[in-house]
Write a protein that binds this ligand. Structure first.
Ligand code: NDP
Length: 272
C-alpha cells in the first residue's frame, strides 16, 4: 500500500490545460477511498521538465503522467524503465519510489487491451509518425501483428519510425484488419479529419476495425464514418481511460475503477 505522505499525482505537459486526466484520476481516487490524494495539472515548459521531475518526490508526489511534448524527456529522466518504454523511446508514466524515478509506457498495452480482436497474425495500418504512432506500431508488432504499414504526411518521418521500431512505410494505405489514426488530423476540428488523411469515408470499409486516438466533444469524423459503415471502432476516450487506468494501478497499487474514470473523462469531454 502506498504511504499516506506520497499522496500527490499529476500530469506534466505544455500545454496541458485541457487534459481530462485530473477529472479521471480524481474520480478514481475518490472511488477507491484515497481521499487524501490529489491529481493535478502540472503545466511545465520543456526547459524546466528535468528539474521539475527531480523536485516532485520531495514535494509529496508519488507519480505523474507525462504528455506532449515531454514523453521522450520523461524516459531520459528515469533511472529505471520498462523494456517497452525503452523500445518505444518514450514514457507516459513516471513512478517515484525509494528516491528513484521509474518510467513506463502504458499507451502501448492500453491499445492492445482495448482492441476488439487479438492482433496476433493480423495486418494493420498506422497513420502518423509521432510519439503515439511509435507506441502503436511497437505495440502491434509486439502483440504479433504480421504486417504494420506506416503512412505519414511527412514521409521521411515514416521511414525513420520504421527503421527505429519496425513496420513498413507506405505511400498510400489500402486496407488491413485495423487502421489506427495517430495523427493530430482532426484535433482542431474533429469533423475535418478526412481532408488531412490519405483516405475517404468509403475506404474505411476496407478495414476490420478503426481506431482514432483523437477525441473531442463529439465523435470524430473518422469514428462516425466507420460506425456508419458497420466497421468496429475504438475511440480516443476509451484509450485515454485504458492508459490512465494502467497508470493509476502503478501509482496506487489498487485496481483502477474504470467505470467512474470513463464517466469523468466523458463528462469533461462534454464540458469542453
Ligand atoms: P506528435 O506531435 O508526436 O505527432 C503528430 C503526428 O500528426 C505526426 O505524424 C504529424 O505528421 C501528424 N499531423 C499533425 N497535423 C497533421 C495534419 N494536419 N494532417 C496530417 N497529419 C498531421 O503527436 P502524438 O503522436 O503524441 O499524438 C497524436 C494524436 O494522438 C494527438 O491528437 C493526440 O492528442 C492523440 N493522442 C491520444 C491519446 C489517447 O489516449 N487517446 C494518447 C496520445 C496521443 P508530420 O510528421 O507530417 O508533422
Amino acid at each position: 500500500m502506498p504511504s499516506a505522505r506520497a499522496s500527490r499525482l499529476g500530469v506534466l505537459g505544455w500545454p496541458v490545460a485541457h487534459s481530462r486526466s485530473p477529472a479521471m484520476h480524481n474520480a478514481a481516487l475518490a472511488e477507491v477511498g484515497l481521499t487524501q490524494w490529489r491529481y493535478q495539472l502540472l503545466p511545465v515548459p520543456p526547459h524546466l521538465f528535468a528539474e521539475t521531475v527531480a523536485a516532485l518526490p520531495a514535494a509529496g508526489f508519488r507519480g505523474v503522467n507525462v504528455t506532449i511534448p515531454h514523453k521522450e524527456a520523461a524516459l531520459a529522466a528515469a533511472a529505471e524503465a520498462t523494456s517497452r518504454a525503452r523500445a518505444i523511446g518514450a514514457a507516459n508514466t513516471l513512478v517515484f519510489e525509494h528516491g528513484r524515478v521509474h518510467a513506463d509506457n502504458t499507451d502501448a498495452p492500453a491499445l492492445i487491451s482495448e482492441l476488439p480482436f487479438d492482433p496476433a497474425g493480423s495486418t494493420a495500418v498506422v497513420l502518423g509518425a509521432g510519439g503515439s504512432a511509435r507506441s502503436a506500431v511497437w505495440a502491434l508488432l509486439d502483440a504479433g501483428a504480421r504486417r504494420v504499414g506506416v503512412w505519414n504526411r511527412t514521409h521521411a518521418r515514416a521511414l525513420e519510425l520504421c527503421a527505429a521500431v519496425g513496420g513498413e512505410p507506405v505511400e498510400r494505405p489500402s486496407g488491413a484488419d485495423v487502421l489506427v489514426n495517430c495523427t493530430a488530423a482532426g484535433l482542431e476540428n474533429p469533423q475535418e479529419s478526412f481532408a488531412q488523411l490519405p483516405l475517404d469515408e468509403d475506404d474505411l470499409a476496407n478495414y476490420g476495425c478503426v481506431v482514432d486516438l483523437v477525441y473531442g466533444e463529439d465523435e470524430t469524423a473518422l469514428v462516425r464514418a466507420a460506425r456508419e459503415r458497420g466497421v468496429a471502432v475504438l475511440d480516443g476516450l476509451a484509450l485515454l481511460v485504458a492508459q490512465g487506468a494502467l497508470s493509476f494501478e502503478q501509482f496506487t497499487g489498487i485496481d483502477a475503477p474504470r467505470a467512474p474514470m470513463r464517466a469523468a473523462a466523458r463528462c469533461t469531454a462534454e464540458d469542453a
